[in-house]
Design a protein around this ligand. Structure first.
Ligand code: FES
Length: 64
């Protein structure tokens, strides 16, 4: 069964990253395009990751 990834699925994790399923590339706020090589990637929303634009789990250390 083939899947149409023309419109990636997006899930916002409360107090965490944005999960994107089915993207082939991600463009960050600076306009840099990052290739996506995984079925699902986690994009940082807290801007504290050391691997921007990817989530590295640092959001878990931020007090709410
Ligand atoms: S959302 Fe996970 S490090 Fe920013």
């Amino acid at each position: 069964m083939s899947q149409d990834f023309a419109h990636p699925d997006v899930v916002l994790c409360p107090h965490g990253p944005m999960l994107v399923r089915g993207a082939t590339s991600i463009q960050d706020a600076d306009g840099t395009v990052h290739a996506v090589e995984r079925p699902v990637v986690a994009l940082c929303r807290c801007e504290k990751s050391s691997r921007l634009p990817w989530c590295d789990g640092t959001h878990k250390l931020i007090p709410r």
